[in-house]
Design a protein around this ligand. Structure first.
Ligand SMILES: Cc1ncc(COP(=O)(O)O)c(C=O)c1O
Length: 374
């Protein structure tokens, strides 16, 4: 194990085994320290902190942009992934001649806003069937495209089994066809390298509380500048146009970058904690985190398979590439199976979902395995 990964593991101190990181992960020490820092400064200094906390929010924006592979001017913070999706889909120019394509297993915070936007605009929502094992190969999305397709909106990593779609290949094809490409990246960001610009992605949405090991309560949008100029703000307030110090001006124009989507005052504690965690992830190296997560989950999966468990995975053991292991025991109800576990888990799709982060240890995995195999 590399020093960086050992250092990553040392930066967490949750007392129980946490294997529902695809649900809600514990926060890093860097995030915890940031909250304490701002808590103390707000307590002691109040509004004297104004410029400093604004700079720290800027730091979070800059680091998130770096992680995503875009510019800080194209990042906007929201309260949830659903709000970031809503910002785009309710102001995207759609009409009854258009089609929006998604996978048939998208998470509701991504699916429902697009479904509603289609209802309101008369556009058709096309749900592309996953393969039988819930695999999501990009070729299926490509074959659903026709001249009416305006938007492809998919998750990078599916929340139930960890199925991934090749964004690079899909993005290049969609760019050629001039189709808007939105990716819900919450289940992959921080875990797998992301190159938004290079891969031709128009918009990325996500949230703070999973693989980014920060407090729940921050959603974000990265939107290509070309679309920022076309998509109007969903929420409007002082910060859409300027700052709280600007006099009211009925003729003012919205800001020209993604900041126009942040209507008012922000969740400073949560956003700065997110920035601290993202910085820590960048220092650790996303590729190092990826390797460790694959190592832990592959070992876990192998032992489950050896002990007769059914693994619901779009991957074979040889090419296993997922933080999520979804499993079942023939003849045993999933709820009863889950009761054996000494860790946090989720019941998702066909089985019990466990999802390890790089802070999990071999000892924890062994403990979980022994609860399932003895
Ligand atoms: C794919 C996906 N998107 C989004 C979310 C979170 O959405 P929100 O931030 O709106 O609660 C989750 C998990 O909770 C998810 O698995």
């Amino acid at each position: 194990m590399t020093d960086k990964i050992q250092n990553f593991k040392n930066a967490f101190s949750h007392t129980k085994i946490h294997l529902n990181n695809a649900g809600l992960a514990p926060i890093s020490r860097a995030a915890r320290d940031k909250i304490i820092y701002w808590g103390n400064r707000f307590y002691e200094e109040g509004f004297y902190t104004d410029l400093d906390y604004m700079n720290d929010v800027l730091f979070s924006r800059t680091k998130l942009a770096e992680l995503i592979g875009t510019t800080k001017e194209e990042i906007a913070f929201f309260q949830s992934t659903a709000s970031a999706v809503s910002q785009v889909c309710f102001h995207f120019p759609l009409d009854k001649h258009d089609e929006v394509i998604m996978w048939d297993q998208e998470y509701a915070s991504h699916l429902y806003p697009w479904q509603e936007a289609c209802k309101q605009s008369g556009a058709k929502l096309v749900l592309v069937p996953s393969e039988e094992n819930l695999n999501t190969p990009y070729e299926r999305i490509l074959s659903a495209i026709n001249e009416k397709t305006k938007v492809v909106a998919i998750s990078w990593v599916q929340f139930q089994t960890g199925a991934m779609t090749n964004l690079e290949k899909l993005g290049q094809e969609l760019k050629k066809r001039n189709i808007f490409f939105m990716v819900d990246a919450i289940q992959g960001l921080g875990l797998f390298p992301m190159k938004m610009k290079e891969w031709g992605i128009s918009a990325i949405v996500g949230g703070s509380h999973k693989w980014l090991v920060s407090p729940v309560g921050v959603g974000f949008l990265a939107l290509e500048m070309e679309f920022i100029s076309k998509i109007k703000p969903h929420n409007v307030g002082a910060y859409t146009f300027g700052t709280c110090d600007d006099p009211t001006d009925l003729f003012c124009e919205p800001k020209r970058d993604a900041l126009k989507y942040e209507a008012g005052s922000k969740q400073v504690l949560e956003i700065t904690a997110l920035g601290a965690s993202v910085n820590f992830i960048l220092e650790t190296g996303v590729a190092n985190i990826e390797n460790e997560v694959i190592r832990l989950t592959k070992n876990f999966r192998l032992k489950l398979e050896e002990n007769g468990y059914i693994i619901h995975s779009p991957y074979t053991l040889e090419n296993h590439h997922s933080s999520i292991v979804n499993f079942q025991k023939k003849g045993l109800d999933n709820k009863l199976l889950a009761l054996k576990l000494p860790c946090l888990y989720a019941l998702r799709g066909p089985g019990v979902r466990l999802s390890a982060h790089a802070f999990n240890t071999d000892g924890e995995i062994e403990q979980v395995l022994s609860s399932l195999t003895t």
